[in-house]
Structure formats: C-alpha cells, structure tokens
Design a protein around this ligand. Structure first.
Ligand SMILES: NC(=[NH2+])NCCC[C@H](N)C(=O)O
Ligand SMILES: [Mn+2]
Ligand SMILES: [Mn+2]
Length: 329
C-alpha cells in the first residue's frame, strides 16, 4: 500500500517533469557550411563541413521531421598577399569572409530558420554572431569551449584569430581593439553581461583579465564538476536570459569535449565535457524554444587516427541531432 502510493507519487512527479517533445524556436533549420581555416595554423579544419555532411546530419534531421534548407558551403576568395597586422594573421581573408558569413546568417534567421553553421575554425563566429545580432537585437550567447577565444590582437600569444573571435564583438572591449584593415565594418554587438561561457579550462593571461573584469558569466570545468551540467545551464540562463525571452546563440567548439572523444581538433585540452554533457547543453537550450543559431566548429578531419576522427564526427552528429530534432521522448 505504502510502496504503491509512493510509486504512483514518483510516477506523477516524473510525468509532470517530462517534456514530451523539445520545443524548437523555429521548425526550420538553415545549414551553412563555412570551410574556414585561416584563423588557426593546422591544415584540415576546412574539411569539417564536408565530414559533418557525410556523417548524414541533414538526412537524419529531415527523417526526424525537421524542415532543412541546405545552403551549401560559402565560397571565399583566397588572398595570398595577406601580411599580418600587429601579429594578427590573415586579416584580409578573415575580415572579408566574416562579412559574407554575417550576411548569410542574418538572411537565414530573418527567413525564420535556425542558422546551423558547420565549420571551419572558430574565427567564423565573428560573422555568425554579428549576423545573428543584426537579425535579432536582443540575442544572447552561450559559448561552449575549452578556450575563451577573447584575446585582443594585442594580448594574443599566437596571432590566430580563432583565439580572438569574441574580442571584436564585445561592446566593453571596444577601446582595447586596435584598427585592423578589413575588420572596420565589425561593430561590437553584444554586451559582456549577455554572454555565458561553459567548459573553459585553458585561458591566456589577457583573457583571464578580461573575463574577470568585464562581467562575463563563466562556468569553467570546475563548475561543471562541482554543480553538474544541469545546474550550470540553469545558472547560465539565470544570468543571461532570466525571463527566457531572448534568442539564444550557441557557439560550440568541439574541443570543449574531452579529447578522448574529440581528438580530431587543432587545440585539444584534457579534462573536458563528456559526450552526454555536451549533448545535454544542446537539448536543454533547444528546449527553451529560443535557440536561434548554432555554430559547430573546429572539427579537423585530418587530425588523429581514423577511429579518433570517426568518434569526433559522431559526437558532433549526436549533438546536432539531439539538439535540433524532436527526439526527446
Ligand atoms: N578556437 C580555438 N580552438 N581557440 C584556441 C585558442 C588558443 C589560444 N588561446 C590562442 O589564442 O591562440
Ligand atoms: Mn577551443
Ligand atoms: Mn573556440
């Protein structure tokens, strides 16, 4: 008697807690391939979009009932005469590519589709976030990464733009960013308080200073270990989207996952997220009904063994399918 009533109480609890289906913000997804590689130095990351398409992401989403529009890969003119400015490598290639990416993401979101961008290195997020903010003024950003990617051209130890992407976009950093040719069009479009980091574990000194002093919400791997990924997401949303009414941009660097899963990436860092923790982020943000743009970056199919490459791509495949299809039962 006692046990059965307890059981029915628990059942009721779980039924009341269970979402029957993930509520996507829009039921259409626009896929944009961005074969960018000039934001870092390892060859191969430009093949990321192809590897992810070959894994069958688009067919699977379509079979699960998502209306998918595939815009193919953006084509970028290549400039060989691209000398570094203040140490920043490939300013012309990256600055002009970012404009193209921004315009395309903006168009897709204005067409009422979730913009799913397949990279490519993380410098592409200069364009995706800029384009998202142009289409949706009130957007907020969840940046999932081992790295903060917020070096300015002056603090960067490498000159690689994939490690600087956010610095060009954050309003509070405007005074710290020098003039870079081909970057003049980039207007800072997001405030520090509208950004949450998840998974960080490898910051440069300048980045540490910025994150500590600018008021960006930051949940490092330490917080993920301490509170668990569910609580970290709740705290992130409490910080940047307390009323749940803002369009969400999820920028997901595959090196946020532990390198035992995602070895096929240029800058792996031990001690990362599990596959389930990564996927849980996609599912929960999709379930807010406000997910509007997703960047999937830094898959490099030329790194690691064949098994490692397949596993990296498979993890990303699961992340996208779980996040963007209606498969929470
Ligand atoms: N998107 C990435 N994987 N970024 C790695 C950045 C590494 C280093 N912090 C740098 O600025 O060079
Ligand atoms: Mn990273
Ligand atoms: Mn990154």
């Amino acid at each position: 008697m006692f046990i059965s009533s307890l059981f029915s109480g628990i059942t009721k609890y779980f039924v009341s807690q269970t979402r029957s289906l993930v509520r996507l913000s829009k039921d259409k997804v626009g896929v944009i391939g961005v074969p960018s590689c000039k934001g870092q130095s390892a060859g191969g990351v430009q093949h990321g979009p192809k590897a992810l398409r070959q894994a069958g992401i688009i067919d699977k989403l379509t079979q699960l009932g998502v209306e998918v529009y595939d815009y193919g890969d953006l084509v970028f003119e290549q400039f060989d005469d691209d000398t570094p400015i203040l140490g920043l490598k490939n300013p012309k290639n990256i600055g002009l590519a970012a404009k193209k990416i921004s315009d395309q993401v903006s168009r897709v979101i204005k067409d009422d589709q979730i913009a799913l961008t397949l990279g490519g290195d993380h410098s592409l997020s200069i364009g995706t976030i800029h384009g998202h903010a142009a289409a949706e003024k009130n957007m907020c950003l969840v940046w999932v990464d081992a790295h903060a990617d917020i070096n300015t051209p002056l603090t960067s130890p490498s000159g690689n733009v994939h490690g600087m992407a956010l610095s060009f976009l954050v309003k509070e950093l405007k005074e710290y960013i020098p003039q870079i040719p081909h970057f003049e069009w980039i207007k800072p479009c997001i405030s520090a308080k509208d950004i949450a980091y998840i998974g960080l574990r490898d910051l440069d000194p300048g980045e540490l200073w910025i994150v500590r002093n600018m008021g960006i919400s930051c949940f490092t791997m330490h917080e993920v270990d301490r509170y668990g990924i569910d609580m970290v997401l709740r705290m992130s949303m409490q910080a940047i989207n307390p009323h749940g009414d803002r369009p969400i941009h999820l920028s997901f660097d595959v090196d946020s996952l532990d390198p035992r899963i995602s070895a096929a990436t240029g800058t792996p860092v031990p001690g990362g997220l599990s596959v389930r923790e990564g996927i849980y982020i996609a599912e929960e943000l999709a379930a807010t009904g406000k997910l509007t743009a997703v960047d999937l970056v830094e898959v490099n199919p030329l790194l690691g063994t064949k098994e490692e490459r397949d596993l990296t791509v498979y993890a990303v495949y699961m992340f996208i399918i779980s996040g963007l299809s209606l498969c929470v039962i």
